[in-house]
Ligand binder design. Structure first.
Ligand code: FES
Ligand code: FES
Length: 152
Protein backbone atom coordinates (compact mmCIF):
# COMPACT_ATOMS: atom_id res chain seq x y z
CA UNK A 1 0.00 0.00 0.00
CA UNK A 2 1.46 3.47 -0.86
CA UNK A 3 2.57 5.76 1.98
CA UNK A 4 1.85 9.47 2.01
CA UNK A 5 3.33 12.25 4.10
CA UNK A 6 0.85 14.92 4.97
CA UNK A 7 1.20 18.26 6.76
CA UNK A 8 -1.98 18.68 8.79
CA UNK A 9 -2.47 21.39 11.41
CA UNK A 10 1.31 22.02 11.55
CA UNK A 11 2.08 18.38 12.22
CA UNK A 12 3.51 15.76 9.90
CA UNK A 13 1.60 12.50 9.47
CA UNK A 14 2.45 9.39 7.49
CA UNK A 15 -0.52 7.48 6.15
CA UNK A 16 -0.73 4.18 4.30
CA UNK A 17 -3.67 4.32 1.98
CA UNK A 18 -4.78 3.62 -1.58
CA UNK A 19 -3.89 6.55 -3.88
CA UNK A 20 -7.50 7.29 -4.63
CA UNK A 21 -8.66 7.37 -1.03
CA UNK A 22 -10.38 10.74 -0.42
CA UNK A 23 -8.61 12.76 2.26
CA UNK A 24 -11.79 12.76 4.36
CA UNK A 25 -11.49 8.98 4.84
CA UNK A 26 -7.83 9.28 5.80
CA UNK A 27 -8.57 12.05 8.30
CA UNK A 28 -11.47 10.29 9.95
CA UNK A 29 -10.57 6.60 9.74
CA UNK A 30 -6.77 6.61 9.82
CA UNK A 31 -5.82 9.75 11.76
CA UNK A 32 -8.77 10.02 14.12
CA UNK A 33 -9.37 13.65 13.06
CA UNK A 34 -13.14 13.25 13.06
CA UNK A 35 -14.20 16.91 13.15
CA UNK A 36 -14.63 16.96 9.36
CA UNK A 37 -17.94 15.30 8.51
CA UNK A 38 -19.26 13.06 5.77
CA UNK A 39 -22.48 14.42 4.32
CA UNK A 40 -23.21 13.79 0.66
CA UNK A 41 -19.89 12.31 -0.50
CA UNK A 42 -20.22 14.02 -3.89
CA UNK A 43 -18.95 17.56 -3.27
CA UNK A 44 -22.38 19.11 -2.83
CA UNK A 45 -22.89 19.86 0.86
CA UNK A 46 -19.62 21.19 2.29
CA UNK A 47 -19.72 19.18 5.54
CA UNK A 48 -16.23 17.83 4.74
CA UNK A 49 -14.58 21.21 4.06
CA UNK A 50 -10.91 21.54 5.00
CA UNK A 51 -8.18 23.91 3.78
CA UNK A 52 -5.36 23.06 1.38
CA UNK A 53 -2.83 25.92 1.21
CA UNK A 54 -5.54 28.17 2.66
CA UNK A 55 -8.18 27.30 0.07
CA UNK A 56 -11.34 25.47 1.12
CA UNK A 57 -11.64 22.05 -0.53
CA UNK A 58 -14.14 19.22 -0.31
CA UNK A 59 -12.42 16.43 1.54
CA UNK A 60 -14.82 13.80 0.19
CA UNK A 61 -13.70 14.43 -3.39
CA UNK A 62 -9.95 15.10 -3.24
CA UNK A 63 -7.66 12.06 -3.20
CA UNK A 64 -4.94 11.87 -0.61
CA UNK A 65 -2.29 11.67 -3.35
CA UNK A 66 -3.18 15.16 -4.61
CA UNK A 67 -2.51 16.68 -1.19
CA UNK A 68 1.09 15.65 -0.56
CA UNK A 69 3.19 18.79 -0.14
CA UNK A 70 0.20 20.99 0.69
CA UNK A 71 -0.43 22.68 4.01
CA UNK A 72 -3.69 21.19 5.28
CA UNK A 73 -5.88 22.55 8.03
CA UNK A 74 -8.90 20.94 9.59
CA UNK A 75 -11.35 22.14 12.21
CA UNK A 76 -9.04 20.66 14.87
CA UNK A 77 -6.39 23.16 13.72
CA UNK A 78 -8.59 26.20 14.37
CA UNK A 79 -8.06 27.27 17.97
CA UNK A 80 -11.01 27.65 20.33
CA UNK A 81 -10.11 31.35 20.72
CA UNK A 82 -10.26 31.99 16.98
CA UNK A 83 -12.66 34.92 16.32
CA UNK A 84 -14.85 32.72 14.11
CA UNK A 85 -15.30 30.07 16.80
CA UNK A 86 -15.89 32.80 19.38
CA UNK A 87 -18.60 34.49 17.32
CA UNK A 88 -20.18 31.09 16.59
CA UNK A 89 -20.48 30.49 20.33
CA UNK A 90 -21.61 34.03 21.10
CA UNK A 91 -24.43 33.94 18.52
CA UNK A 92 -25.27 30.30 19.30
CA UNK A 93 -25.11 29.45 15.60
CA UNK A 94 -25.29 25.66 15.65
CA UNK A 95 -28.51 23.72 15.76
CA UNK A 96 -27.86 19.99 15.22
CA UNK A 97 -24.25 20.95 14.49
CA UNK A 98 -23.56 18.46 11.72
CA UNK A 99 -22.70 20.99 9.02
CA UNK A 100 -20.96 23.45 11.29
CA UNK A 101 -17.35 22.37 11.01
CA UNK A 102 -17.59 22.79 7.26
CA UNK A 103 -19.31 26.15 7.69
CA UNK A 104 -16.57 27.34 10.05
CA UNK A 105 -13.79 26.21 7.70
CA UNK A 106 -15.36 28.12 4.80
CA UNK A 107 -15.86 31.19 7.02
CA UNK A 108 -12.24 31.12 8.23
CA UNK A 109 -10.94 30.87 4.65
CA UNK A 110 -13.15 33.78 3.61
CA UNK A 111 -11.97 36.04 6.42
CA UNK A 112 -8.34 35.09 5.83
CA UNK A 113 -8.53 36.36 2.28
CA UNK A 114 -11.15 39.07 2.86
CA UNK A 115 -11.14 40.41 6.44
CA UNK A 116 -14.13 42.72 5.82
CA UNK A 117 -16.43 40.89 3.42
CA UNK A 118 -19.66 42.39 2.15
CA UNK A 119 -22.91 40.51 2.63
CA UNK A 120 -22.78 39.47 -1.00
CA UNK A 121 -19.23 38.18 -0.63
CA UNK A 122 -20.30 36.18 2.41
CA UNK A 123 -23.23 34.70 0.49
CA UNK A 124 -20.97 33.77 -2.40
CA UNK A 125 -18.27 32.22 -0.22
CA UNK A 126 -20.75 30.22 1.85
CA UNK A 127 -23.15 29.08 -0.83
CA UNK A 128 -21.58 25.61 -1.14
CA UNK A 129 -22.15 24.85 2.53
CA UNK A 130 -25.61 23.44 3.09
CA UNK A 131 -27.36 23.53 6.46
CA UNK A 132 -30.43 21.35 6.76
CA UNK A 133 -31.35 23.16 9.97
CA UNK A 134 -31.42 26.51 8.17
CA UNK A 135 -28.94 28.39 10.36
CA UNK A 136 -27.91 30.61 7.44
CA UNK A 137 -28.80 33.94 9.03
CA UNK A 138 -26.92 33.16 12.21
CA UNK A 139 -23.93 32.01 10.16
CA UNK A 140 -23.92 35.29 8.23
CA UNK A 141 -24.23 37.35 11.40
CA UNK A 142 -21.45 35.37 13.06
CA UNK A 143 -19.13 35.98 10.12
CA UNK A 144 -19.85 39.72 10.33
CA UNK A 145 -19.24 39.64 14.07
CA UNK A 146 -15.96 37.76 13.61
CA UNK A 147 -14.91 40.26 10.96
CA UNK A 148 -15.56 43.13 13.39
CA UNK A 149 -13.59 41.39 16.13
CA UNK A 150 -10.65 40.55 13.88
CA UNK A 151 -10.17 44.18 12.89
CA UNK A 152 -11.05 45.70 16.29
S1 FES B 1 -19.50 15.28 2.19
FE1 FES B 1 -18.14 16.36 0.97
S2 FES B 1 -19.30 17.90 0.01
FE2 FES B 1 -20.76 16.69 1.09
S1 FES C 1 -26.86 22.93 12.13
FE1 FES C 1 -27.91 21.13 11.51
S2 FES C 1 -27.29 20.84 9.45
FE2 FES C 1 -26.51 22.78 9.98
Amino acid sequence: MPRFTLNINDREYTVEAPEKMPILWALRDKLNLTGSKFGCGIGQCGACTIHADGTPIRGCCVPIKALEGKVLRTIEGISVEHPVKESWRKLDVAQCGYCQTGQIMSAVALLDRKPEPTEEEINRAMKGNICRCGTYNRIKNAIMEASKNRIA
